[in-house]
Each structure stands twice: as C-alpha cells, then as structure tokens.
Design a protein around this ligand. Structure first.
Ligand SMILES: *[C@@H]1O[C@H](CO)[C@@H](O)[C@H](O)[C@H]1NC(C)=O
Ligand SMILES: *[C@@H]1O[C@H](CO)[C@@H](O)[C@H](O)[C@H]1NC(C)=O
Ligand SMILES: *[C@@H]1O[C@H](CO)[C@@H](O)[C@H](O)[C@H]1NC(C)=O
Ligand SMILES: *[C@@H]1O[C@H](CO)[C@@H](O)[C@H](O)[C@H]1NC(C)=O
Ligand SMILES: *[C@@H]1O[C@H](CO)[C@@H](O)[C@H](O)[C@H]1NC(C)=O
Ligand SMILES: CC(=O)N[C@H]1CO[C@H](CO)[C@@H](O)[C@@H]1O
Length: 265
C-alpha cells in the first residue's frame, strides 16, 4: 500500500509510537482517544487541528441560515469593534446592538454575539445586555424589536425538563480556566430519537472550526424514563474518527451545562 498523504502517515506513525499500555473498548479517559483497542494521546491530533483554525472574521458555518465567524487569530484587534445592525438591514425602527465582534478567547464571551444574532435574525428579538454568558440563564425577558414590547423567557434546568427545541440558548456555568465567563450556544436541531441521541448546536468562540457547514458540534443527550432531557457536555462523534474527541480540550467534560433559555411565543 502506498500512502500518498504525508500528514496522515506521520499521524499514523506518531499514533502508533505514542501507544499507551492501556486497553480500551471504545473510550479512553482524559486526554486520550481509543483506536483499535488502545489509548493514544490527543496532543498530536489537536496540534494538527488547531493549525487549521481560520483567521478572525472568516465565516465558519451557518446555523439554520445564521452566519457564525471565527474569533481567533485577531492580529489587528478587530475584536474591539462593536457590531450594530442598522434599520436598513433589519427593517426595525432602531439600531440594534448585537455584541462585540466575536472576541478571541479571553474573555471568552464572544459566544454571546452569535446567540444574539440568531435571535434577531430568527425572532426579531434580543436579550438585554449582560456581562457574562452564564447570566443569560437568569434573564426573564427579551426585547421584541418588531413592536418595542417585551417577550418573556422561560428557563429549563438541564435534566429537569422534557422540552428542548431549536432556538433555545444552551448555557454553561462559569468554570476555570476555559470558561471564566460561562458559555452560550444556540440549539439548532434536536434528535432525541436517534440511536445515539444528540442535539446540534451553533456557536462562536468555542473552537472556531465547525464540524459541518450547518452546525458546530453534536452534543450527546439522554432522556430519562420520565422524558426528562439531559444534555451532556461531550461531543457526539458516532460515525467520525475516534480522534475527533480530541477537538475538545482536556477537561472540557468538567464544564457544566446549566440548562437552556427559551423565548416565549
Ligand atoms: C487531562 O486531564 C486529566 C484530568 O483532569 C489530568 O489528570 C491530565 O494530566 C490531563 N492531561 C493533559 C495532557 O493535560
Ligand atoms: C444602511 O445605511 C447606512 C448608513 O446609515 C449605509 O452606510 C449602508 O450602506 C446601508 N446599508 C444598506 C444595506 O443599504
Ligand atoms: C420603535 O417602534 C416601537 C413601536 O413599534 C416604539 O415603541 C419605539 O419607541 C420606536 N423606537 C424608536 C427609536 O422610534
Ligand atoms: C411576562 O412576565 C411578567 C412578569 O412575570 C408577567 O406579569 C406577564 O404577564 C408575562 N407576560 C406574558 C405575555 O406571559
Ligand atoms: C455555577 O458555578 C458556581 C461556582 O462558580 C457554583 O456556585 C454554582 O452552584 C454553579 N451553578 C450550577 C447550576 O451548577
Ligand atoms: C492562519 C493562522 O495564523 N493560524 C493560526 C491561528 O491560531 C492558531 C492558534 O493560536 C495557530 O495555531 C494557527 O497557526
């Protein structure tokens, strides 16, 4: 067999030489992935993958038609720009603040930009200003720019509700070192009936390379006997290569998804 792809060859060589003594069935703990019954370190795959991160402002995908942009590699400090939508772009009678433009990593709250942009594009509504993404969970209303009125929000604690749907905002609690300001993503699709149940999400400022044009990640989900939905902070990689788990940084599983927030009809 001739291997034409040198990257792949190096990857395989390093993978084999980095083999641990550990055996695995399909999962390895911590910063390792399982391949043919053995655990391998994530570090080589992750470096390869991080090198592909697009520059700041590059379109990284569209969630139900709403564009998301890379927050990384911002050499020109463009992140200091604020993003407003003008009346001639929205048809509303006033300028709408969307957020700081996808600011990189520290602080990690530029995730808020995509969430607000999604609600504006889809629902003509936006939640009020917040300091950190996790605060969205405690908001009670949003502004309806179509009529200047308020729309109430409903919050659902993870694992305590039977209802989750596209357009809900998934909220992570603050945690260190990666989420000092929490995190927010938009639920794009819900597939609880699938063999490996999952939801798809759209987001900015997590890893800035989406797994497909249409969603950032699939997250595992489970449903209790009573129909209560629990979203697990773990990438669903069924059908992908085992090393795809390494797209999540080590320790990500410790970050807590508090629940989701819905804009009432
Ligand atoms: C990954 O996380 C585990 C558990 O927190 C830790 O024991 C391990 O040292 C970490 N590995 C790397 C490569 O950072
Ligand atoms: C909207 O109006 C602004 C000035 O307020 C102008 O610069 C911009 O080109 C207009 N955009 C469109 C899409 O017409
Ligand atoms: C926009 O319209 C809403 C009602 O449609 C009104 O309450 C609000 O005051 C208007 N805002 C501006 C800036 O004209
Ligand atoms: C929104 O919430 C407020 C305060 O809880 C309540 O008074 C109001 O009736 C609610 N509005 C709707 C449309 O449910
Ligand atoms: C969120 O994290 C804080 C500590 O930063 C903790 O006190 C709080 O209980 C957590 N909330 C949830 C819902 O996990
Ligand atoms: C094109 C480019 O500059 N990519 C860089 C983006 O940032 C990552 C992580 O900081 C680097 O590894 C890439 O080389």
């Amino acid at each position: 067999m001739i291997i034409y792809n040198t990257n792949l060859m190096i990857f395989l060589l390093l993978t084999l030489s980095a083999a641990l003594k550990l055996d695995c069935k399909d999962q390895c703990d911590g910063d390792h992935y399982c391949y043919l019954g053995q655990c391998y370190s994530c570090s080589y795959f992750r470096k390869q993958w991080e090198a592909k991160i697009p520059d700041f402002g590059v379109l990284i995908g569209k969630g139900n038609g709403v564009p998301a942009y890379s927050c990384q590699n911002d050499t020109q400090h463009l992140h200091e720009l604020e993003h407003f939508l003008q009346p001639n772009e929205t048809g509303f009678n006033q300028t709408v603040f969307i957020g700081m433009k996808y600011r990189y990593f520290k602080p990690r709250y530029q995730c808020v930009h995509f969430a607000r942009y999604y609600w504006i594009q889809k629902f003509g509504s936006a939640f009020p200003g917040i300091d950190t993404a996790d605060e969205i969970f405690d908001l009670t209303y949003a502004i309806d720019y179509k009529n200047g009125k308020y729309r109430n929000l409903t919050k659902f604690y993870n694992g305590m509700s039977t209802s989750i749907r596209a357009g809900d905002l998934l909220i992570w609690n603050k945690s260190y070192p990666y989420y000092p300001y929490g995190h927010v993503a938009v639920v794009l699709d819900v597939q609880l009936g699938a063999e490996e149940p999952y939801i798809t999400i759209g987001e900015e400022n997590y890893d800035d390379i989406w797994d497909s044009n249409q969603y950032a990640r699939k997250l595992k989900a489970s449903t209790s006997n009573f129909g209560l939905v629990y979203v697990i902070n773990e990438r669903e990689i069924t059908g992908l290569s085992p090393q795809e788990k390494c797209k999540d940084y080590n320790g990500s599983a410790n970050d807590v998804i508090v629940g989701w927030v819905r804009l009432n009809d």
